[in-house]
Design a protein around this ligand. Structure first.
Ligand SMILES: [Zn+2]
Length: 366
């Protein structure tokens, strides 16, 4: 087995010396691959005096130069040959900067595997059948969109009965539209079905749907809400997570411990997923560093700064060390799952990224 295969076959929330060494070896393998096969990465790292073979300890990981996320939005950076790519994921932004990631077959297998293992380890996978309501684009028409891909992936972590995609392609309008009536009918149908429900979607969209249509249902104690995409574009209406969880429990009958948020970036691909207590756990498949926005120096644990992500599963897309424009902190959780948690604290700068969540909200407001 290669170091990366070994890593992805290991427990994502085990942080013993041996487990940490697995990430180190895998990262080194990945970084060397990009260094040897991606000219820009080689030139950049050479210029900065960094070589992947210099990674020997956990601390060395903090010395890997980060590449700014903007670069991946403005240029088509890939290590694999175009003909070897099996999937290109993009954010559904309309105009402006577009987030994207390229995957060859092995990298796609890797990201699917790690997403499954993370969800299993957080008690979210099941053999039981669920009805799904996905507040996203039907993957049959939008399979390259990050959110559509994620939602289709997530529905495969349990048995599934009906899957209802709320954002549908309108042939006459040649555009996507949210089928609000369809959503309400699906919720009523699911509540009466005797099968538990899983809702996947943007929190703001779900909140506004419930308010607008005064929805009050009991989907049952084994129903789940899996959110992602944040409150982008609706930050002024953002409800603190605790309040949101209570609201959903009251209106849909979904217990708070079954409400899990997911943070992910198209360019990074590692899912950071909530535990029962609502904290985003960092798996051993990644490292999260926090850097000063002034000089990019490393900030100590608990302090706020720009998020810098390391991952090792993608051999086709040269973003092993991604410096973002998102603010956050690394903290701890009392739930018993090992490792640190990621605390998000907003986005730096004024540039407006029209992500999937915003596009979906526009659909609701039409
Ligand atoms: Zn936790």
């Amino acid at each position: 087995m290669t170091p990366t295969e070994k890593l992805l076959n290991s427990n994502p929330f085990e942080f013993s010396g041996a487990s940490r060494a697995l990430f180190l070896e895998s990262f080194k393998e990945n970084a060397l691959h990009h260094y040897n096969n991606h000219t820009f990465t080689k030139r950049l790292w050479d210029k900065l005096g960094f070589h992947p073979s210099s990674i020997k300890t956990e601390e060395d990981l903090t010395k890997v130069p980060g590449t700014m996320v903007h670069l991946y939005k403005e240029h088509e950076l890939r290590t694999a040959k175009k003909e070897d790519l099996v999937l290109t994921l993009t954010s559904s932004g309309t105009g402006g900067q577009k987030s994207q990631q390229f995957l060859d077959q092995q990298s796609l297998n890797n990201v699917k595997k790690l997403a499954l293992t993370i969800h299993q380890s957080l008690g979210m996978a099941s053999d039981k059948e669920y009805n799904y309501l996905c507040f996203t684009y039907d993957p049959k028409v939008a399979n390259d969109l990050g959110t559509a891909f994620t939602d289709e992936l997530l529905t495969n972590f349990t048995g599934k009965k009906e899957v209802y995609y709320a954002i549908q392609w309108q042939e006459d309008k040649q555009d996507f539209a949210l089928n609000e009536e369809g959503v309400i009918e699906a919720l009523k149908r699911f509540a009466a079905s005797g099968t538990s429900t899983r809702i996947l979607g943007f929190p703001a969209l779900l909140f506004e749907m419930i308010e607008k249509h005064d929805i009050k249902l009991d989907l049952g104690a084994d129903s789940w809400l899996q959110t992602g995409g944040g409150w982008k574009g609706k930050a002024d209406k953002e409800i603190p997570k605790k309040e949101f969880r209570k609201f959903i429990e009251e209106r849909l009958g979904i217990p708070q411990k079954n409400q899990r948020d997911l943070f992910g970036m198209v360019e990074h691909g590692i899912p950071y997923v909530d535990c029962e207590l609502g904290n985003l756990h960092i798996p051993n498949y990644a490292r999260v560093f926090v850097r000063s926005p002034h000089d990019l120096s490393l900030r100590p644990k608990g302090e706020r700064g720009l998020l810098h992500f390391l991952c090792s599963y993608n051999f086709s897309y040269p973003a092993p060390s991604l410096l973002t424009t998102d603010y956050g902190r690394v903290g701890e959780c009392a739930c018993g799952i090992k490792g640190d948690v990621l605390i998000l604290e907003g986005r730096a700068g004024v540039s407006k990224h029209k992500g999937c969540a915003l596009k979906a909200l526009e659909l609701l407001e039409k």
